[in-house]
Ligand binder design. Structure first.
Ligand SMILES: [Zn+2]
Ligand SMILES: [Zn+2]
Length: 298
């Protein structure tokens, strides 16, 4: 009894195969997609350019769906999106098997609120690398939507929840129309690639060895960026934790943040609005305004 209670409170202490209630299908998906990807890599180690390009393009759309729509727009409300654009991006995020919006936002807001503590959804400090990287997806009981995102409990988001499994089935098998090579590369290999490049945000980007308790573990890692078709700009994770409500994750010109460039383009097309800039950008523009007006900046 006592040990059950302990593993409920600290689920990283369970053996890796023990999924939480209702998450057996998630573990089944993770194991099968890896087995399929491995089989695909053995049978078709080098894909044709067309298959690779289409797979990367779809993976990138899902990455934009996660970073711009799920993360910056829905979880942090740092911008508003045109509803048509929002729905297109949700579709591509689910097509990458990144989950439906309500649970994603609940888990993510929970992560920020409790970062690095025992209540953090995915802290490597508590559960180690593999917990933070992948085990939490099927061993965490899931953050409560009513507590963490009552604003998301709406029919249009609940509809996406019902569409989750059909879209993942479509995503996994639709390549078959174009043959076995497309089946593996457009399906399982793409899905495994985006899965791990999203998961590094929870694992690698929160791992700073030797940090004392109570110190923020989030990191910026530049080289994750070029690899991260799954979520562009997310590699500036320390910048993001320092100012979670800013829509821009890069802070310097060389900190490439594709999600931000997409937001700027959408804003220019009037498909995004109420975009929140980081404090230092706001300060600079206030200083520029006051210089133009000939007054000292506040
Ligand atoms: Zn984080
Ligand atoms: Zn965040």
């Amino acid at each position: 009894m006592r040990s059950t209670q302990l593993t409920d409170e600290r689920p990283w202490m369970r053996p890796w195969w023990q999924y939480s209630k209702g998450n057996g299908s998630v573990l089944f998906y993770i194991v099968s997609v890896h087995l399929l990807a491995l089989t695909g890599l053995i049978l078709f180690p080098l894909p044709s350019w067309i298959v690779l390009t289409v797979a990367l393009a779809v993976a990138s759309m899902g990455g934009v769906g996660i970073t711009v729509c799920y993360h910056r727009c829905m979880a942090h409300r740092s911008l508003r999106l045109n509803p048509v654009v929002e729905n297109i991006l949700i579709f591509f995020a689910i097509f990458n098997a990144s989950g439906e919006p309500m649970s994603w936002v609940a888990n993510h807001r929970h992560h920020h609120a409790k970062a690095d503590t025992e209540e953090d959804v995915s802290s490597p400090r508590q559960g180690g690398f593999w917990w933070a990287h992948i085990r939490w997806i099927y061993q965490w009981s899931g953050s409560d939507v009513r507590r963490w995102c009552p604003d998301m409990d709406k029919p249009r988001y609940r509809a996406w929840k019902r569409l989750l499994i059909p879209i993942i089935v479509l995503s996994s098998f639709s390549g078959l129309i174009f043959g076995w090579e497309a089946f593996f590369w457009f399906g399982a290999i793409r899905l495994v690639y985006v899965l791990h490049l999203q998961m590094v945000v929870n694992s690698l980007l929160h791992m700073t060895p030797g940090l004392p308790e109570g110190v923020d573990s989030s990191r910026n890692i530049w080289w994750v960026g070029p690899l991260q078709m799954g979520a562009w700009g997310e590699n500036w994770h320390r910048n993001h934790h320092a100012e979670a409500n800013a829509a821009r994750f890069g802070r310097r010109w060389w900190q490439i943040d594709v999600g931000w460039y997409v937001i700027c383009a959408l804003k220019a097309l009037r498909l995004a609005s109420d975009v929140r800039a980081p404090r230092e950008v706001l300060k600079k523009s206030a200083a520029l305004d006051s210089t133009i007006r000939g007054q000292p900046a506040a």
